[in-house]
Design a protein around this ligand. Structure first.
Ligand code: JHZ
Length: 413
């Protein structure tokens, strides 16, 4: 058996898996390297996608153990004003919608540096974060956000209940896709949650990923790519139900779902059925939607390589913006190294002065751009296009141009 191979769907256990886009083998996309690590061995892991032909959950064909990826994690959403605003409005709208009071505990799974919980804390609510990355848990505690550094699982939940921890609200933003045993997650949440409590989950939405060719968001950390259809089945299997959802613009198109224990007071939104029907109308339950996506990805990436090669031939200088994990997928898949992109600028101090995994492109602070003035910027963090282009408006004023590769190659000035 191939190492880490997925043999059965993680939701419905079916073995009827249909493989579609194969991105080859590449290093972990958050595996940034220090200069002294450059000559060393860099482990690579296969990256392929498959869809379950029973519940239609899209998932990776291999499951890299979480401890390889999350014990010292470099992803911090709070460095972006878009995400800060997003988390602030999320906290405030949840407090209002569920009439949370000062005695209601809010728990966040995958709490990162505590940014989301801090907005609840500032409104006087007790909070508890759970995150396996001890570097991030430390940052959260410095903000006053009580955090346990551990992977969330049902045994942790049993321990917390023993200590009388009963959250009224549990949040999980961009983390459920990281979890292999989603049944254990649901068991843990259901056991912990107070009877009328709500579990709020945010994830990049599969239909957006497919429609907008966001193939670079497919990487080892993201084991699942959710639509509502398989999630309804998952929660039903665990005695819970989705009662509402909201579509969100973040991360290229996301979905926020509201989940409660079956039989709770929360009424199911009539729009839920419409959304499920729309997913079926879009044919998420057919092989063709996945094959078409795969073909578009091959064409678009070929176009990007050609565009960069042409610019190079014209003597133009191209750099990258945002050493995002997704950017590393794009660079590795297209085999773009310093031959086509000289360096990358990024605002996160942890990433600066390191090198991109696999492609070994150096990463510098954003200020480098002002001192250097290249001709083109390849926008690797395309999900922050508006924020970045606004911040660097001077670059276009001086004649510089941006290249975006998703949904398809375009030059912006
Ligand atoms: P960003 C993460 O993916 C990881 P990534 C994770 N696995 C997940 O699920 C998804 O998000 C949703 C930089 N930047 O946030 C910062 C600037 O330099 O899209 C980041 O390195 N200047 C949890 O890694 C990168 O861009 C700026 O002004 O793909 C963006 O990475 C801004 C706004 C960002 O996540």
């Amino acid at each position: 058996m191939e190492k880490y191979a997925l043999t059965h769907c993680r939701i419905c256990n079916s073995d009827k898996l249909y493989n579609f886009l194969d991105l080859g083998s590449m290093p972990l996309p958050n595996g940034f390297l220090r200069k002294e690590e450059l000559g060393g061995h860099e482990p690579r892991y296969a990256l392929g996608t498959t869809v379950c032909q029973s519940c239609w959950l899209v998932q990776l064909t291999r499951v890299v153990p979480p401890e390889f990826m999350f014990s010292n994690y470099l992803y911090i959403p709070s460095t972006s004003s878009t995400m800060l605003e997003h988390f602030k409005s999320m906290a405030h709208s949840l407090i209002t919608r569920f009439q949370l009071s000062h005695s209601d505990l809010v728990m966040d799974i995958g709490s990162n540096d505590g940014t989301l919980l801090n907005f609840f804390r500032q409104k006087g609510l007790p909070v508890l974060g759970i995150d396996p990355a001890s570097n991030l848990a430390h940052l959260a505690r410095m903000k006053g956000v009580n955090t346990i550094d551990a992977l969330f699982c049902s045994s942790l939940s049993t321990e917390l209940v023993r200590q009388n921890v009963r959250p009224k609200l549990i949040t999980a933003t961009n983390v459920v896709a990281h979890i292999h045993n989603v049944h254990d997650l649901c068991n843990g949440v259901s056991y912990l949650l107070s009877d009328e409590g709500v579990f709020v989950v945010e994830f990049p939405y599969l239909l957006d990923l497919l429609e907008k060719n966001e193939f670079d968001t497919i990487y080892h950390e993201h084991l699942s790519y959710f639509s509502l259809y398989p999630l309804v089945r998952l929660f039903e299997m665990r005695g819970m139900e989705i009662f509402d959802f909201v579509k969100l613009p973040v991360h290229g198109g996301s979905m926020r779902i509201f989940v409660a224990k079956k039989g709770s007071k929360h009424t199911v939104s009539p729009e839920l059925q419409e959304c499920l029907q729309n997913e079926l109308n879009q044919k998420i339950n057919s092989k063709s939607i996945y094959d078409d996506f795969s073909n578009r990805v091959q064409t678009n990436t070929k176009n990007l390589i050609e565009c960069l090669k042409n610019l190079k031939a014209e003597g133009k200088r191209v750099i990258g913006y945002g050493a995002a994990a997704k950017g590393n997928v794009l660079l590795n898949f297209c085999k773009i190294t310093t031959n086509l992109v000289e360096y990358i600028v990024d605002s996160i101090p942890y990433k600066q002065w390191r090198f991109t995994p696999g492609t070994h492109i150096p990463i510098y602070p954003e200020q480098r751009l002002e001192e250097d003035l290249p001709d083109y910027i390849l926008l690797l963090a395309w999900n922050f296009q508006e924020e970045i282009m606004k911040k660097q408006a001077w670059f276009c004023e001086k004649g510089g141009k941006f290249i975006v590769a998703i949904p398809e190659v375009k030059i912006l000035s």
